[in-house]
Ligand binder design. Structure first.
Ligand SMILES: C[S@@+](CC[C@H](N)C(=O)[O-])C[C@H]1O[C@@H](n2cnc3c(N)ncnc32)[C@H](O)[C@@H]1O
Length: 262
């Protein structure tokens, strides 16, 4: 009898998938397809867990985010986990909050796995930087109010406040700041220095999820208000005249009520 042994060759592959801002219905069809094809999923705290239901039953699920009381994995540890699991099982999906290329370190992971001959695919996600203000009816651009928007981080690699915030504060741009709650006082001081104390500000926490919470104020008032109300991460800070278009700022007659399409 002729016995034929097949050697199954594992072809390691990494797919970066943007999980969107939190609402699982704001996930892409391509994202679903990638999850269905995954052998392993490494997912972050900001990626909605319910998306994992699209995976095969025997998928290996590895949580690599930070949750209360637990330590986050370092980027180096995550890079190694991707490689180890890809070489062992094949297709690794890296499921990240929002979009992988917007403060998501997605490119670093691609650069790392390339050294191990991984194939790479990308599925963009809806970034919280745009969707979270949008779902509060704050447009990032509005004709006559501004000509651009900046998406910046509050905290840089070295832990300091980004110098870009002072540059953005001197423009008419809408400034969207991520990862910045610990630097709120410093940020508002900078905007005040450039004569923006009365500019409206919105802070939206857990945007697009049932835990969503928001706060409106001005550059001068927002920091004490946020501390008093305990608004913290994950949150997005929006500074600019477009915040005046939020329904709470409009008169009752002008106000728009947003209905959920579901
Ligand atoms: C490491 S960054 C990742 C951003 C992500 N790649 C994106 O495109 O949305 C994490 C920060 O994004 C913001 N963020 C993400 N999801 C959010 C949400 N649902 N509500 C408010 N802020 C959110 C917070 O500022 C949080 O600290």
């Amino acid at each position: 009898m002729l016995l034929i042994f097949y050697m199954i060759e594992i072809k390691p592959h990494l797919t970066l998938v943007g999980a969107g801002p939190g609402d699982p219905e704001l996930f892409t069809l391509k994202g679903i397809k990638a999850l269905k094809a995954a052998d392993v999923v490494l997912y972050d705290a900001l990626a909605n867990d319910s998306l994992l239901e699209y995976c095969k039953e025997d998928v290996v699920k590895i949580f690599v985010g930070k949750r209360r009381g637990s330590c986050a994995f370092s980027q180096e540890e995550i890079n190694h986990l991707i490689v180890e699991n890809g070489l062992k099982y094949g297709h690794v999906v890296r499921l990240k909050g929002g979009d992988s290329f917007v403060f998501g370190r997605g490119y670093e992971e691609i650069e790392f796995v390339r050294k191990y001959n991984f194939g790479v695919s990308i599925v963009p996600g809806i970034s919280s930087s745009i969707a979270v203000p949008e779902m509060q009816l704050i447009p990032l651009t509005a004709r006559g109010l501004n000509e651009s928007f900046w998406v910046t981080t509050g905290t840089t690699k070295s832990g300091e406040l980004s110098k870009d915030i002072a540059i953005a504060a001197q423009s008419s741009a809408t400034v969207v700041i991520l990862m910045a709650m610990s630097k709120l006082e410093e940020i508002t001081t900078i905007f005040s220095t450039f004569g923006k104390s009365t500019t409206p500000v919105a802070i939206i926490q857990h945007g697009t999820t049932p835990k969503e919470n928001y706060l409106l104020g001005t550059v001068a008032t927002i920091a004490p208000l946020a501390r008093a109300k305990g608004i913290d991460n994950p949150a997005i800070i929006v500074v600019g005249d477009v915040v005046n278009l939020h329904p709470d700022f409009l008169s009752r007659n002008d106000s728009i009520h947003l209905f959920d399409i579901s």
